[in-house]
Design a binder for this molecule. Structure first.
Ligand code: FES
Length: 108
């Protein structure tokens, strides 16, 4: 597992989310939940919507396409809380104001 720079911390205010396109890696959705940075695979397990462009409420994001909700800490889908509908979680860290994400993802 290796960490990669994905965004500046200043671009992710508490209570907001962000989609990040990466070279040679899946697109990542970043979330700032009260200062804790969390990351999921950006591709919604339902039909591919960009979770990082959804609406964050606490630690739950609502997909912008059809409104399914996911816990951004666990990846669990609130509508279908089974492993096949969970979004993959990534470990994150912040180094010198830069958000880093570890690949590959953890099992949801
Ligand atoms: S693509 Fe996310 S809810 Fe349908």
């Amino acid at each position: 597992m290796k960490y990669f720079d994905v965004a500046k911390l200043e671009d992710l205010e508490p209570g907001t989310c962000l989609s990040v396109e990466l070279d040679n890696a899946p697109s990542v959705a970043l979330f700032n939940v009260d200062g804790k940075i969390l990351a999921l695979n950006n591709t919604c397990p339902h039909a591919g919507g960009p979770l990082g462009e959804g609406t964050l409420d606490g630690e739950v994001v609502e997909c912008p396409w059809h409104g399914w909700e996911f816990n951004v800490r666990t990846g669990a889908c609130m509508e279908n809380p089974t492993p096949e509908w969970a979004a993959s979680c990534y470990q994150t860290r912040v180094e010198n104001g830069v958000i880093q994400v570890a690949f590959p993802p953890e099992a949801a």
